[in-house]
Design a protein around this ligand. Structure first.
Ligand code: GLN
Length: 550
């Protein structure tokens, strides 16, 4: 394979999961990347998802969680959010793949006649495509960490295990490492940690020709030495490579915890790299200290519609925490199902919070409740941040309740409304016109990824960002119609952010309000613990100031 020659240096770490799903493989991968970075290495993180969707863009957030969007407009698994937050390395299109995408490429090639008459099979054609993904677009990274989604034993995962086995065979074991993340269940009646499921899971991996080099054991209680020895012996892994991964109070504790257990030292040892020097994790210690002893606590309501799975708001949750860290405050989020605000008075539900955030969303359910929350925030001068759908709802609220246009709405929900928010069928991307059709595909066709936005000089947004031009990530199909700009202006809602061509309102602000901002983009996707997003820093500060008034 030619790509190998291109980069003789990169080492590949494959992270698989066993026993049960939701073990936090993404977090484990991100944490390992962070501690390797702290040792001075350059890292890259990748996610391989065995499901058949081409990307998670069309999946219900209540099932799959948040759809993370990269600068280059890829809709990807939320683990890419962990990767970016922990490593600070912006993820790219080439860092996320699914079986759907792999098959799409194989079938496209087959149609083009690329395979010169061969019978197309899972091995080698699908596995080769997976290998190509793993090895592509790498320059001078020291480590490429590839997380395989799902659990060992899943039918969908088999081609991935075969592909990573082949990569290890071809690159050599000194350039590859297999880390298996498992669960040690604790049986309280017996007072014992059980290693059997891990043993079975490793046996399953071995059936695919993969011998893990390290086992990362998720556990509620410390692993007794004799159990570690047993695991090492039966799983054919060095004892010091059986790593304890205890549940942590904060996800930002995880790199410190893993490093404390010797994970990065053992990884370096595996690759014959210097391993004795201590890892400098002082920046992680710094944020943990703030999280452990904040100067105060502030409550912020998130009024959304995907409350049955809070993973749907993963980046948002983290961005609020980052805003808190920057202000040395603990942010307590009150998750409010917007439908509740359709049955009950907003003042009953929101009277104990210092700020209100309405996040992104799709579809009708719960929208009236969001509008009620926004009205309450506007009237009682409670700091408000509306993100994407939340901004669109804020514009509708102003149009209905200040401008008196009772049927103001979005064509996403009602074709016959006064279309203050309408479908975007044309927009500019880097000088090229993007065109969409009303009845076109839903997958991958939104206005996605990073776009520039010009800020109105002197506006609150410009003050917060400290600049007049920003770039933010987007994921929307509808837009505030620019023709309502003057009407909004008269109502005190000013458009303070615009796409560079002046066609798309990107930010609105209420004038007669201490802190009321709606943004068409998703600032939460770019917030990181060490680079908190300015909007969240300012929003949390406004919440703190408001809490002091109460
Ligand atoms: N549903 C809205 C749109 O497509 C908002 C999308 C979002 O909140 N991400 O424009």
């Amino acid at each position: 394979m030619s790509e190998y020659a291109l980069n003789p240096k990169s080492r590949f770490i494959f992270i698989t999961g066993g026993v049960v799903s939701s073990l936090g493989k993404g977090l484990a991968s991100a944490s390992l990347a962070a501690v390797l970075q702290a040792r001075g290495y350059k890292v890259r993180l990748r996610k391989l998802d065995p499901y058949l969707n081409v990307d998670p863009g069309t999946m219900n957030p209540c099932q799959h969680g948040e759809v993370f969007v990269t600068d280059d407009g890829t809709e990807a698994d939320l683990d890419l959010g962990h990767y970016e937050r922990f490593s600070g390395v912006p993820a790219k299109k080439t860092d996320s793949v699914t079986t759907g995408k792999i098959y799409q490429r194989v079938i496209e090639k087959e149609r083009r006649g690329f395979y010169l008459g061969s019978t197309i099979q899972v091995i080698p054609h699908v596995t080769n495509e997976i290998k190509e993904f793993i090895l592509s677009d790498i320059t001078d990274e020291d480590f490429v960490l590839c997380e395989i989604g799902g659990t060992v034993g899943d039918i969908e995962g088999q081609p991935y295990l075969e592909a990573i086995r082949q990569v290890a065979y071809e690159l050599g074991r000194d350039r590859t490492m297999f880390i298996h993340v498992t669960l040690l269940p604790y049986i309280p009646t017996a007072g014992e940690l059980k290693t059997k499921p891990t043993q079975h899971s490793v046996k399953k991996l071995q059936e695919y020709g993969i011998q893990p080099d390290m086992i990362l054991c998720r556990t509620q209680v410390p692993i007794p030495e004799n159990e570690k020895r047993k695991l090492a012996l039966f799983c054919n892994v060095k004892e010091e490579n059986v790593i304890t991964a205890m549940d942590a109070a904060s996800i930002y504790q995880v790199p410190l915890a893993y490093s404390g257990e010797g994970m990065d030292r053992q990884v370096c040892k595996h690759f014959n790299l210097p391993y004795n020097q201590p890892t400098d994790l002082s920046k992680w210690e710094h944020i943990i200290n703030i999280l452990k002893s904040p100067e105060g606590e502030v409550r912020i309501a998130v009024v959304g519609k995907y409350m049955m799975l809070l993973e749907a708001y993963k980046s948002l949750h983290e961005a609020l925490i980052h805003g808190g860290i920057a202000n040395k405050y603990k942010v307590k989020i009150k998750w409010v199902d917007s439908e509740q605000l359709e049955k009950e008075d907003a003042s009953n539900i929101l009277n104990d919070v210092s700020a209100i955030l309405v996040p992104g969303g799709f579809g009708e359910r719960g929208t009236l409740g969001m509008i009620n929350a926004i009205k309450y925030a506007r009237e009682y001068k409670i700091p408000f941040l509306g993100i994407c759908f939340g901004m669109q709802m804020a514009v509708i609220e102003t149009m209905r309740n200040i401008c008196g246009i009772k049927n103001a709405g979005t064509t996403e929900l009602d074709e016959n409304c006064e279309p203050v928010i309408g479908l975007m069928t044309e927009w500019d991307k880097d000088g090229a016109k993007q065109i969409r059709h009303k009845d076109g595909d839903l997958g991958g066709t939104m206005r996605l990824g990073a776009y520039f936005c010009d800020l109105k000089p002197g506006s609150k947004a410009a003050q917060i960002y400290g600049t007049d031009k920003i770039s933010e990530r987007h994921r929307h199909r509808y837009e505030v119609n620019i023709k309502y700009k003057d009407m909004l202006n008269k109502a005190g809602m000013i458009v303070t952010g615009l796409s560079p061509d002046g066609n798309l309102p990107e930010i609105v602000e209420l004038q007669d309000h201490p802190w009321f901002i709606g943004v068409q983009f998703h600032p939460e996707l770019k917030s990181r613990p060490f680079e908190p997003h300015p909007l969240f820093v300012s929003f949390v500060k406004a919440a703190i100031d408001n809490s002091r008034l109460v």
